[in-house]
Design a protein around this ligand. Structure first.
Ligand SMILES: [Zn+2]
Length: 381
């Protein structure tokens, strides 16, 4: 890996960050840019689009170069979290700027820097030298419900081919180039009381809070039990618990109007080997008793492969580390687990993602490019 190649990775990261592809707007233009890059490198590109609930066109890409089956896939997403809280004065969130060996900008760390590393790494591999295929899976909406990965899972011909060919999948989320073999999933629930909104100068209203509040101490008891009961723990994770979080929302919120909706929003970080079903049943019983509505939204499954699996061990040798770990955030791997041979390994530190001063170190961009080049060599040449 020479200086010119690393300079190209830095340039490519900046090009990607300039697209303000926050999850609530279309990612079509950044996807077109990535598709053009892949086509220029002789990849065949599948284009999967859908219109989301906010009427935005979303695109996920799956691409393949090289014939045959197996090989290696790199997986990323092009959406980024919102940037309204951006706190740096020397650059805006979508004006990538290098300073003190760091590249700042929304998505530099999660995960356009990683995608740039993989694109640059693939460009250094001569397609003629490949004995097996290299694939790219680049999804939309990873940060908000993972709909892009679901479309890839159900519609992509190349993804189906990867499943059948037992391709090794490298999810490039930021791990500081450590190797991860498991992650938690996510389950959202809402417990809802409905009243009737009216101006409080009248007697017409019914305040929904008065129906929800009596149930809250029991919900808190269930929460405390879920954190302390060993059957809801998996010691492979830190913290080893479901990390039950809860927020409460009211609509409307004006103090002179009775609120017609009171809702407790619960989020559980589910883990492999932990059955949280009994907890959901207990919440359902509580809702029945208090005449509350419970909705259980589509969750992301936790994901795990054996830490001694051959592909995990191979990747550990490439990154020169002794052991793999588990992480507490979910990724597209949860949705794409029909692909058996997966792992997570990407440049950048998750601590620097989703922040108001998001950045990635230039050193991680250089190392990431090198590691992906070695991985493509190892599994596809
Ligand atoms: Zn991410």
């Amino acid at each position: 890996m020479n200086g010119r190649e690393i300079e190209k990775t830095r340039q490519m990261t900046q090009d990607l960050v300039r697209f303000p592809s926050v999850s609530d707007v279309s990612n079509e233009s950044v996807s077109q840019f990535v598709a053009d890059q892949l086509s220029a490198q002789k990849f065949e590109v599948e284009w999967h689009s859908y219109v989301d609930a906010k009427n935005q066109n979303k695109v996920s890409l799956v691409a393949k170069r090289g014939s045959g089956l197996g090989g290696v896939a790199y997986l990323a997403h092009t959406d980024v979290v919102p940037a309204e809280d951006w706190s740096l004065d020397f650059c805006g969130p979508f004006e990538p700027t290098e300073r003190d060996d760091r590249l700042y900008g929304r998505g530099t760390c999660d995960m356009k820097g990683s995608l740039a590393c993989a694109l640059q790494a693939a460009s250094t591999i001569d397609p003629q030298s490949q004995s097996k295929p290299i694939y790219f899976v680049v999804t939309s909406d990873e940060e908000v419900g993972m709909l892009g990965a679901q479309i890839v899972n159900s519609k992509s011909k190349y993804f189906q081919e990867m499943v059948e060919g037992d391709t090794v999948g490298i999810v490039g989320e930021p791990t500081k180039l450590g190797v991860f073999h498991a992650h938690k999933g996510g389950q959202r629930l809402s417990v809802r009381a409905r009243g009737k909104s009216a101006h409080t100068s009248t007697n017409e209203g019914v305040n929904a809070n008065y129906q929800l509040i009596p149930a809250l101490p029991e919900l808190l008891t269930l929460r405390n039990e879920s954190e302390s009961n060993p059957k809801y723990r998996n010691l492979d994770f830190d913290p080893p618990t479901l990390s039950w979080n809860m927020t409460i929302t009211n609509e409307p919120e004006a103090v002179n109007v009775t609120t017609s909706l009171a809702q407790a929003n619960i989020f559980l970080r589910t883990m492999p080997g932990v059955d949280h079903g009994p907890l959901l049943e207990a919440i359902q019983r509580l809702c029945n008793q208090h005449q509350l509505e419970l909705s259980i939204n589509d969750g992301v499954e936790p994901w795990q492969v054996p830490s001694d699996a051959s592909w995990v061990q191979d990747m550990l040798r490439l990154v020169q580390q002794p052991e793999s770990h588990s992480v507490c955030f979910a990724t597209d791997a949860g949705i794409l687990q029909r692909l058996k041979r997966m792992l997570i390994c990407g440049p950048g530190d998750i601590q620097q993602a989703h922040r108001s001063d998001e950045w990635i170190s230039l050193d991680q961009l250089a190392k990431g490019t090198q590691i992906y080049q070695q991985a493509f060599q190892h599994w596809a040449v």
